[in-house]
Design a protein around this ligand. Structure first.
Ligand code: AMP
Ligand code: MG
Length: 327
């Protein structure tokens, strides 16, 4: 059997990832993660980090896959959404490889790659997808060949809110894991804004409040606990509404915030009570990585969805609901 060897490049934000797949078998998964020296992600610094590691990431991936560069069949890259300078590093790499090897170039939508790898790893076929990361917070479901956004944040993504709160309190980036640890020692539920509008939600007012309460001297453990309880309850409520309206029977959690055990527990409880199935994408593939780009790239390749050079411009605001899903 002849294999299609797809190389996938992820560079939308903090991670430069290169994955190589032989059809749907993972051969290589190389990741270099940018860690800001201070504050949050600086797009230009992150792009410089990706450029710096591009060559070694490529060679490491080929070595791990035990392939030579001429064995590759197609080059997939995350075309958007994401941070412009970071996206461009991956796109330049992808165009250079595809042109010099004379093989197809495949632009991949980053959130759809999260969904595709989530379906593949969990075996779910038609879930409500909860995509919660540093840059996105959306509820999506497939309808008429498009992953439509049924609910989303009206302002900051939840991961970004967690990271911003962490920054105010001196917790290093990314803040989610340490906030989760501190929350385990919190017990006092501090009143915060709870904003759900239909299936949309908002975190910015809550973020301002929790920052203010930190300055007022509230215990950090109680603030972390309350932050999680409020924001996660908002996500779960909106998801439950989406499940009911769309008559779906499963929920798939993807994105870095999905690492949070409390969030998973809350989804598990809600789904159990509704007779629905809840599955979180395994953490290895829930965070940004090159394998998911290679995987969706391969699916698109099988459907002859390649990207011409002229159409390969990156789009920092490319929405998942603009893509027709053929896979
Ligand atoms: P991603 O953008 O998908 O790579 O995910 C990164 C985001 O996930 C950051 O905002 C992190 O703070 C957040 N994150 C990572 N681990 C956890 C956790 N255990 N609890 C909550 N958020 C987390
Ligand atoms: Mg992501």
């Amino acid at each position: 059997m002849a294999y299609t060897y797809t190389l996938g490049i992820e560079s939308t934000a903090h991670t430069l990832g290169i994955g190589i797949m032989a059809n749907d078998t993972v051969l290589a998964d190389v990741r270099y993660m940018y860690e800001p020296e201070s504050g949050g992600i600086h797009p230009a610094d992150a792009a410089q980090h990706h450029t710096h590691h591009a060559q070694s990431a490529l060679f490491a991936a080929l070595q791990e896959a035990d392939l030579s560069i001429t064995d590759l069949s197609a080059i997939a890259f995350a075309q958007g959404p994401g941070l412009g300078p970071c996206l461009d590093v991956g796109a330049v790499m992808a165009r250079t490889l595809a042109l010099s090897l004379d093989i197809p170039l495949i632009g991949v939508n980053h959130p759809l790659a999260h969904i595709a790898i989530g379906l593949w790893t969990t075996g779910l076929t038609d879930p409500i997808v909860v995509y919660v990361s540093g840059g996105n917070s959306q509820l999506l479901a497939l309808s008429h060949q498009q992953y439509r956004v049924f609910g989303e944040t009206l302002d900051v993504p939840i991961g970004n809110a967690l990271d911003k709160f962490a920054r105010t309190t001196g917790i290093p980036h990314p803040g989610g894991p340490e906030i989760e640890r501190k929350a385990q020692n919190g017990s006092q539920l501090i009143q915060l804004p709870y904003v759900v509008k239909g299936m949309d939600f908002s975190f910015s007012g809550l973020l301002t409040q929790v920052q203010r309460k930190y300055q007022e001297g509230y215990a950090i453990t109680d603030l972390c606990y309350s932050f999680q309880e409020y924001t996660f309850a908002m996500l779960v409520e909106a998801t439950e509404r989406a499940l009911a309206f769309l008559e779906k029977d499963s929920v798939l959690l993807v994105g870095g915030v999905g690492a949070n055990q409390r969030l998973c527990d809350m989804f598990t409880t809600m789904c159990r009570e509704r007779g629905a199935q809840f599955v979180a994408c395994p953490m290895t593939y829930a965070v940004d990585n090159g394998v998911m780009i290679a995987y969706l790239g391969w699916l698109q390749y099988c459907n002859a969805e390649t990207t011409s050079l002229a159409a390969s411009t990156t789009d920092p605001h490319w929405r998942s609901d603009e893509v027709t899903v053929t896979w």
